[in-house]
Design a protein around this ligand. Structure first.
Ligand code: PMV
Length: 318
Protein backbone atom coordinates (compact mmCIF):
# COMPACT_ATOMS: atom_id res chain seq x y z
CA UNK A 1 0.00 0.00 0.00
CA UNK A 2 1.37 3.35 -1.04
CA UNK A 3 1.57 6.62 0.84
CA UNK A 4 -1.34 8.94 -0.02
CA UNK A 5 -1.49 12.71 0.40
CA UNK A 6 -4.45 15.06 0.02
CA UNK A 7 -4.96 18.74 0.68
CA UNK A 8 -7.82 21.22 0.81
CA UNK A 9 -7.88 25.03 0.75
CA UNK A 10 -9.14 27.53 3.28
CA UNK A 11 -12.10 29.73 2.45
CA UNK A 12 -13.69 33.08 3.16
CA UNK A 13 -17.33 34.05 3.05
CA UNK A 14 -17.69 37.21 0.96
CA UNK A 15 -21.42 37.77 1.60
CA UNK A 16 -24.27 36.22 3.54
CA UNK A 17 -22.87 34.57 6.68
CA UNK A 18 -25.47 33.80 9.37
CA UNK A 19 -28.40 34.58 7.02
CA UNK A 20 -27.31 31.49 5.05
CA UNK A 21 -28.27 29.31 8.04
CA UNK A 22 -31.86 30.57 7.54
CA UNK A 23 -32.10 29.77 3.83
CA UNK A 24 -30.69 32.97 2.33
CA UNK A 25 -27.95 32.84 -0.33
CA UNK A 26 -24.29 33.38 0.52
CA UNK A 27 -21.10 33.71 -1.51
CA UNK A 28 -17.87 31.99 -0.52
CA UNK A 29 -14.53 31.56 -2.26
CA UNK A 30 -11.58 29.22 -1.66
CA UNK A 31 -8.31 30.67 -0.39
CA UNK A 32 -5.57 28.54 -1.86
CA UNK A 33 -2.78 30.49 -0.16
CA UNK A 34 -3.58 28.43 2.94
CA UNK A 35 -4.12 24.66 2.96
CA UNK A 36 -4.77 21.68 5.20
CA UNK A 37 -2.85 18.54 4.34
CA UNK A 38 -3.28 14.89 5.32
CA UNK A 39 -0.75 12.15 4.67
CA UNK A 40 -1.44 8.45 5.21
CA UNK A 41 1.45 6.05 5.47
CA UNK A 42 1.19 2.26 5.88
CA UNK A 43 2.49 0.90 9.18
CA UNK A 44 3.54 -2.60 8.17
CA UNK A 45 4.91 -3.49 11.60
CA UNK A 46 1.58 -2.91 13.38
CA UNK A 47 -1.46 -5.22 13.55
CA UNK A 48 -4.39 -4.35 11.28
CA UNK A 49 -6.80 -1.83 12.75
CA UNK A 50 -3.99 0.08 14.46
CA UNK A 51 -4.21 3.74 13.44
CA UNK A 52 -1.95 6.47 14.76
CA UNK A 53 -2.90 10.13 14.39
CA UNK A 54 -0.23 12.79 14.50
CA UNK A 55 -0.73 16.55 14.29
CA UNK A 56 2.13 18.35 16.02
CA UNK A 57 0.54 21.79 15.59
CA UNK A 58 -2.18 20.87 18.07
CA UNK A 59 0.03 18.62 20.20
CA UNK A 60 -1.70 15.44 19.08
CA UNK A 61 0.10 12.11 18.83
CA UNK A 62 -2.19 9.24 19.76
CA UNK A 63 -3.84 6.02 18.69
CA UNK A 64 -7.28 6.51 17.11
CA UNK A 65 -8.81 4.19 19.75
CA UNK A 66 -7.70 6.54 22.51
CA UNK A 67 -9.22 9.67 20.98
CA UNK A 68 -12.59 10.92 22.22
CA UNK A 69 -15.69 10.83 20.05
CA UNK A 70 -15.65 14.60 19.54
CA UNK A 71 -12.03 14.85 18.42
CA UNK A 72 -12.39 16.38 14.94
CA UNK A 73 -9.50 14.48 13.35
CA UNK A 74 -10.64 11.17 14.81
CA UNK A 75 -14.20 11.93 13.69
CA UNK A 76 -13.02 12.32 10.09
CA UNK A 77 -11.05 9.04 10.16
CA UNK A 78 -13.97 7.16 11.72
CA UNK A 79 -16.41 8.69 9.20
CA UNK A 80 -14.18 7.51 6.34
CA UNK A 81 -13.87 3.96 7.69
CA UNK A 82 -17.59 3.72 8.43
CA UNK A 83 -18.57 4.99 4.96
CA UNK A 84 -16.21 2.49 3.34
CA UNK A 85 -17.36 -0.32 5.62
CA UNK A 86 -13.78 -1.08 6.71
CA UNK A 87 -13.69 -1.21 10.52
CA UNK A 88 -10.23 -2.83 10.65
CA UNK A 89 -8.09 -1.39 7.85
CA UNK A 90 -4.41 -2.24 7.38
CA UNK A 91 -2.46 -0.30 10.03
CA UNK A 92 -1.54 3.26 9.08
CA UNK A 93 -0.19 6.52 10.40
CA UNK A 94 -2.06 9.71 9.60
CA UNK A 95 -0.20 13.00 9.67
CA UNK A 96 -2.24 16.22 9.57
CA UNK A 97 -0.86 19.73 9.14
CA UNK A 98 -2.40 23.03 8.17
CA UNK A 99 -1.48 26.62 7.37
CA UNK A 100 -5.11 27.74 7.78
CA UNK A 101 -5.50 29.86 10.93
CA UNK A 102 -7.46 27.92 13.57
CA UNK A 103 -10.81 29.41 14.64
CA UNK A 104 -10.29 32.26 12.19
CA UNK A 105 -13.43 31.77 10.11
CA UNK A 106 -11.33 30.36 7.28
CA UNK A 107 -12.79 26.88 7.26
CA UNK A 108 -9.85 25.10 8.86
CA UNK A 109 -12.10 22.41 10.38
CA UNK A 110 -13.79 21.62 7.08
CA UNK A 111 -10.47 21.62 5.20
CA UNK A 112 -8.88 19.19 7.67
CA UNK A 113 -11.88 16.86 7.33
CA UNK A 114 -11.81 17.02 3.52
CA UNK A 115 -8.07 16.28 3.42
CA UNK A 116 -8.40 13.33 5.84
CA UNK A 117 -11.41 11.82 4.03
CA UNK A 118 -9.57 11.98 0.71
CA UNK A 119 -6.24 10.68 1.98
CA UNK A 120 -7.79 7.75 3.91
CA UNK A 121 -10.16 6.70 1.09
CA UNK A 122 -7.32 6.93 -1.46
CA UNK A 123 -5.11 4.85 0.83
CA UNK A 124 -7.76 2.14 1.02
CA UNK A 125 -8.06 2.15 -2.76
CA UNK A 126 -11.62 3.47 -2.88
CA UNK A 127 -11.38 7.24 -3.29
CA UNK A 128 -14.54 9.12 -2.33
CA UNK A 129 -16.25 11.27 -4.96
CA UNK A 130 -16.43 15.01 -4.26
CA UNK A 131 -20.09 14.55 -3.42
CA UNK A 132 -19.28 11.90 -0.79
CA UNK A 133 -16.53 14.08 0.67
CA UNK A 134 -18.92 17.02 0.82
CA UNK A 135 -21.70 15.01 2.52
CA UNK A 136 -19.37 13.39 5.08
CA UNK A 137 -17.68 16.70 5.89
CA UNK A 138 -21.10 18.26 6.46
CA UNK A 139 -21.91 15.49 8.99
CA UNK A 140 -18.60 16.10 10.79
CA UNK A 141 -19.24 19.89 10.82
CA UNK A 142 -22.54 19.17 12.59
CA UNK A 143 -20.63 17.59 15.47
CA UNK A 144 -18.82 20.87 16.05
CA UNK A 145 -21.22 23.63 15.04
CA UNK A 146 -24.67 22.12 15.64
CA UNK A 147 -26.55 23.71 12.75
CA UNK A 148 -24.06 24.49 9.97
CA UNK A 149 -25.50 25.77 6.71
CA UNK A 150 -23.14 23.56 4.66
CA UNK A 151 -21.33 26.44 2.95
CA UNK A 152 -17.90 25.70 4.48
CA UNK A 153 -17.78 22.04 3.42
CA UNK A 154 -19.09 22.93 -0.05
CA UNK A 155 -16.56 25.63 -0.93
CA UNK A 156 -13.67 23.68 0.58
CA UNK A 157 -14.59 20.38 -1.12
CA UNK A 158 -15.11 21.82 -4.60
CA UNK A 159 -12.43 24.54 -4.23
CA UNK A 160 -14.49 26.87 -6.42
CA UNK A 161 -16.25 30.18 -5.77
CA UNK A 162 -19.86 29.34 -4.94
CA UNK A 163 -23.25 31.00 -4.71
CA UNK A 164 -24.76 28.81 -2.03
CA UNK A 165 -28.30 28.27 -0.80
CA UNK A 166 -28.85 25.60 1.85
CA UNK A 167 -30.30 22.42 0.37
CA UNK A 168 -30.00 23.55 -3.25
CA UNK A 169 -27.54 22.50 -5.96
CA UNK A 170 -24.35 24.55 -5.82
CA UNK A 171 -23.98 27.33 -8.35
CA UNK A 172 -20.54 28.28 -9.65
CA UNK A 173 -19.92 32.03 -9.64
CA UNK A 174 -18.92 34.04 -12.67
CA UNK A 175 -16.35 36.76 -12.14
CA UNK A 176 -16.19 39.56 -14.73
CA UNK A 177 -12.77 40.98 -13.89
CA UNK A 178 -9.88 40.22 -11.55
CA UNK A 179 -10.64 41.17 -7.96
CA UNK A 180 -8.33 41.34 -4.98
CA UNK A 181 -9.20 40.96 -1.30
CA UNK A 182 -7.00 41.33 1.75
CA UNK A 183 -7.83 39.03 4.65
CA UNK A 184 -6.79 40.56 7.96
CA UNK A 185 -6.56 38.31 11.01
CA UNK A 186 -7.92 40.18 14.05
CA UNK A 187 -6.00 37.85 16.38
CA UNK A 188 -9.22 37.10 18.25
CA UNK A 189 -10.68 33.60 17.78
CA UNK A 190 -14.09 33.56 16.08
CA UNK A 191 -16.48 31.69 18.40
CA UNK A 192 -18.72 30.44 15.56
CA UNK A 193 -20.78 28.03 17.68
CA UNK A 194 -21.48 30.88 20.13
CA UNK A 195 -22.45 33.48 17.52
CA UNK A 196 -24.61 30.98 15.61
CA UNK A 197 -26.35 30.12 18.92
CA UNK A 198 -26.82 33.79 19.85
CA UNK A 199 -28.31 34.59 16.46
CA UNK A 200 -30.70 31.66 16.89
CA UNK A 201 -31.80 32.95 20.30
CA UNK A 202 -32.28 36.46 18.88
CA UNK A 203 -34.35 34.98 16.03
CA UNK A 204 -36.48 32.97 18.47
CA UNK A 205 -37.04 36.09 20.61
CA UNK A 206 -37.93 38.33 17.65
CA UNK A 207 -38.35 36.36 14.42
CA UNK A 208 -39.82 39.29 12.51
CA UNK A 209 -36.84 41.55 13.10
CA UNK A 210 -34.26 38.86 12.36
CA UNK A 211 -36.03 37.52 9.26
CA UNK A 212 -36.04 41.06 7.95
CA UNK A 213 -32.27 41.40 8.51
CA UNK A 214 -31.68 37.98 6.90
CA UNK A 215 -33.76 38.98 3.87
CA UNK A 216 -31.76 42.21 3.47
CA UNK A 217 -28.53 40.21 3.64
CA UNK A 218 -29.93 37.74 1.08
CA UNK A 219 -30.76 40.59 -1.29
CA UNK A 220 -27.19 41.86 -0.95
CA UNK A 221 -25.86 38.39 -1.84
CA UNK A 222 -28.01 38.38 -4.99
CA UNK A 223 -26.81 41.87 -5.93
CA UNK A 224 -23.23 40.84 -5.24
CA UNK A 225 -23.54 37.86 -7.57
CA UNK A 226 -24.56 40.23 -10.37
CA UNK A 227 -21.84 42.76 -9.51
CA UNK A 228 -19.22 39.97 -9.50
CA UNK A 229 -20.35 38.75 -12.91
CA UNK A 230 -20.27 42.32 -14.27
CA UNK A 231 -16.89 43.02 -12.64
CA UNK A 232 -18.25 46.08 -10.77
CA UNK A 233 -15.69 46.45 -8.00
CA UNK A 234 -16.99 49.72 -6.53
CA UNK A 235 -20.49 48.27 -6.28
CA UNK A 236 -19.11 45.15 -4.57
CA UNK A 237 -17.33 47.33 -2.04
CA UNK A 238 -20.52 49.21 -1.29
CA UNK A 239 -22.37 45.89 -0.84
CA UNK A 240 -19.68 44.64 1.57
CA UNK A 241 -20.14 47.75 3.73
CA UNK A 242 -23.93 47.32 3.66
CA UNK A 243 -23.59 43.64 4.63
CA UNK A 244 -21.28 44.61 7.50
CA UNK A 245 -23.84 47.10 8.86
CA UNK A 246 -26.46 44.33 8.93
CA UNK A 247 -24.04 41.93 10.67
CA UNK A 248 -23.49 44.60 13.28
CA UNK A 249 -27.26 44.80 13.76
CA UNK A 250 -27.26 41.03 14.23
CA UNK A 251 -24.71 41.61 17.02
CA UNK A 252 -21.97 39.40 15.59
CA UNK A 253 -19.42 42.17 15.04
CA UNK A 254 -17.05 43.57 17.67
CA UNK A 255 -15.27 46.85 18.36
CA UNK A 256 -12.03 45.37 17.03
CA UNK A 257 -13.61 44.14 13.78
CA UNK A 258 -15.34 47.50 13.25
CA UNK A 259 -12.06 49.31 13.83
CA UNK A 260 -10.20 47.11 11.33
CA UNK A 261 -12.94 47.53 8.73
CA UNK A 262 -12.94 51.31 9.18
CA UNK A 263 -9.14 51.36 8.96
CA UNK A 264 -9.24 49.48 5.65
CA UNK A 265 -11.85 51.85 4.19
CA UNK A 266 -9.94 54.94 5.30
CA UNK A 267 -6.77 53.57 3.71
CA UNK A 268 -8.55 53.21 0.37
CA UNK A 269 -10.37 49.83 0.39
CA UNK A 270 -13.55 49.78 -1.71
CA UNK A 271 -15.37 48.03 1.13
CA UNK A 272 -14.72 45.89 4.20
CA UNK A 273 -16.56 43.45 6.42
CA UNK A 274 -16.07 40.61 8.84
CA UNK A 275 -16.04 37.12 7.31
CA UNK A 276 -17.44 33.98 8.93
CA UNK A 277 -19.02 33.66 12.35
CA UNK A 278 -17.80 37.05 13.63
CA UNK A 279 -16.82 38.60 17.02
CA UNK A 280 -13.32 37.63 15.99
CA UNK A 281 -11.62 35.96 13.07
CA UNK A 282 -11.04 37.93 9.91
CA UNK A 283 -11.93 41.21 8.32
CA UNK A 284 -11.84 41.15 4.51
CA UNK A 285 -11.21 44.26 2.43
CA UNK A 286 -11.73 44.64 -1.32
CA UNK A 287 -8.84 46.60 -2.81
CA UNK A 288 -7.69 47.98 -6.14
CA UNK A 289 -4.11 47.06 -7.04
CA UNK A 290 -2.92 50.64 -6.49
CA UNK A 291 -4.25 50.80 -2.91
CA UNK A 292 -3.45 47.22 -1.79
CA UNK A 293 -0.08 48.00 -0.19
CA UNK A 294 -1.43 51.02 1.63
CA UNK A 295 -4.44 49.11 3.01
CA UNK A 296 -2.23 46.21 4.09
CA UNK A 297 0.13 48.52 5.97
CA UNK A 298 -2.76 50.34 7.65
CA UNK A 299 -4.31 47.04 8.79
CA UNK A 300 -1.02 45.79 10.22
CA UNK A 301 -0.39 49.14 11.93
CA UNK A 302 -3.90 48.94 13.45
CA UNK A 303 -3.07 45.57 15.01
CA UNK A 304 -3.98 42.91 12.45
CA UNK A 305 -1.85 39.84 13.21
CA UNK A 306 -1.41 38.87 9.56
CA UNK A 307 -2.77 39.87 6.17
CA UNK A 308 -3.30 37.25 3.43
CA UNK A 309 -4.10 38.03 -0.22
CA UNK A 310 -6.73 36.29 -2.26
CA UNK A 311 -7.71 36.97 -5.85
CA UNK A 312 -10.62 35.99 -8.04
CA UNK A 313 -11.10 36.05 -11.78
CA UNK A 314 -7.55 35.23 -12.78
CA UNK A 315 -6.18 32.03 -14.16
CA UNK A 316 -4.23 31.41 -10.98
CA UNK A 317 -7.09 32.32 -8.63
CA UNK A 318 -6.19 31.95 -5.03
O1 PMV B 1 -16.87 30.95 11.08
P1 PMV B 1 -17.02 30.16 9.83
O2 PMV B 1 -16.11 30.55 8.74
O3 PMV B 1 -17.09 28.69 10.05
O4 PMV B 1 -18.40 30.58 9.16
C1 PMV B 1 -19.62 30.38 9.76
C2 PMV B 1 -20.66 30.82 8.79
C3 PMV B 1 -22.04 30.92 9.41
O5 PMV B 1 -22.90 31.39 8.37
C4 PMV B 1 -22.06 31.89 10.56
C5 PMV B 1 -22.52 29.56 9.89
C6 PMV B 1 -22.82 28.57 8.79
O6 PMV B 1 -22.88 27.38 9.11
O7 PMV B 1 -23.03 28.97 7.63
Amino acid sequence: MAVTVASAPGKIILFGEHAVVYGQPAIAVPVTAVQAKARVQPDISAPSGRILVWAEQIGLDAALDELPIDNPLAAAVRAALAALGVPRPPAFRLHVSSTIPLAGGMGSGAAVSVAILRAVSDFLGRPFSDEQVNDLTFEIEKLHHGTPSGIDNTVVTYAQPVFFIKGQPVERLRVGRPLHWLIADSGQPAPTAETVGDVRRAWQADPGRCDNLFAQIGLIAHQARDALAAGQAAELGRLMDANQALLQELDVSSALLEMLAATAREAGALGAKLSGGGRGGNVIALVEENSAAQVREALLAAGAKAVIDTRLGQRRAG
